[in-house]
Design a protein around this ligand. Structure first.
Ligand code: C5P
Length: 228
C-alpha cells in the first residue's frame, strides 16, 4: 500500500511548506487537485519535483467531457510530465477508450484512473443522480474502465476488494476517505482507517486533512508510513 497526500491547503505557499516538512520521505504520491492547479498552474508542479524529485504527482482533475475534448486534455496533461491523473468513469467507455488510444501513441504516458463513485456520496444521494445503488454502479463503472484499458480506479475502500476480484491484482485501486487512525470524517461519508484499507487491498490511500490539519504533519506521515 502506498500513501498519497492531498495538497488541499488554501495557498501554494502553505502547500509548499507542508511538502518541505515531509520532504525526507521518498516516493510519496502528491495529489494536486482543482483548487491548487487552477490557482498555481504547471509551475507549481515543477516546484513539487524540485522539493523532492522522487515525489510522484497525481493530477486530480477528474476529466468529464466529450471523447475528443477529453483526449485533447489528456494529451496536454501527459505533456506536463505528471505521473498519474484521472477521468470520470461516468464519461463512458468510448470516451475512456479515446483517451487511452491517444495516450498510448505517446512515447511515455501517465497512469490513468477512472473515478467511480465519489466518497462523499451517501447511498441515497448517489441514487438520486444515477438511479442505481453505489455497489452496482461501481462494478459497472469498473468494468468499463477495465475494458477501456485504464490502469485502475478511484473508489472507496469498501469496494476495493470486490474490484480486484472483478479485474486483476494489478488493476490499481486508489482510495480517498481515509482516516488513518480514526480521525474526524469531516464531509466524507464512507471513511475507513488503515487497517480496513489494508484488509480491502487498497493500493494507494489518499489522505488530506488528517495530515495537513495535524499539529505535526511530519510526525503523522511517519506514523502512517510505519503502519502501511
Ligand atoms: O481531506 P480528505 O482526506 O478528506 O481529502 C480527500 C481528498 O481526496 C480530497 O482532495 C478530495 O477531493 C479527494 N477525493 C475524494 N473522493 C473521491 C476522489 C477524490 O475525496 N472519490
Amino acid at each position: 500500500m502506498e500513501l498519497c497526500i492531498a495538497l488541499d491547503l488554501p495557498s501554494a505557499k502553505e502547500n509548499l511548506i507542508l511538502l518541505e516538512k515531509i520532504s525526507s520521505n521518498n516516493n510519496l504520491w502528491i495529489k494536486v487537485g482543482f483548487r491548487s492547479f487552477i490557482r498555481d498552474g504547471k509551475e507549481f508542479l515543477q516546484k513539487i519535483k524540485e522539493i523532492n524529485p522522487t515525489f510522484k504527482i497525481f493530477l486530480d482533475l477528474k476529466l468529464y467531457d466529450i471523447p475528443n475534448t477529453m483526449a485533447d486534455a489528456a494529451a496536454e496533461i501527459a505533456a506536463l510530465d505528471v505521473d498519474m491523473f484521472n477521468i470520470h468513469a461516468s464519461s463512458g467507455k468510448r470516451a475512456m477508450q479515446t483517451v487511452m488510444e491517444r495516450l498510448n501513441n505517446l512515447p511515455k504516458r501517465p497512469l490513468v484512473l477512472g473515478v467511480t463513485a465519489l466518497t462523499s456520496f451517501s447511498n441515497e444521494e448517489f441514487f438520486t443522480i444515477y438511479h442505481q445503488n453505489i455497489d452496482e454502479a461501481v462494478l459497472q463503472f469498473t468494468k468499463n474502465c477495465y475494458e477501456a484499458k485504464l490502469d485502475g480506479v478511484v473508489c472507496s475502500v469498501f469496494e476495493s476488494k470486490l474490484i480486484k476480484e472483478h479485474t486483476n491484482a494489478y488493476f490499481i485501486t486508489l482510495t480517498p476517505g481515509i482516516r488513518p487512525f480514526n480521525e474526524d470524517a469531516n464531509d466524507q461519508k464512507r471513511v475507513a482507517n488503515l487497517e480496513v484499507a489494508k484488509e480491502n487491498l487498497s493500493d494507494i490511500i489518499v489522505v488530506g486533512r488528517p495530515i495537513y490539519k495535524a499539529s505535526n504533519p511530519e510526525q503523522k506521515v511517519k506514523e502512517i508510513l510505519a503502519s502501511l
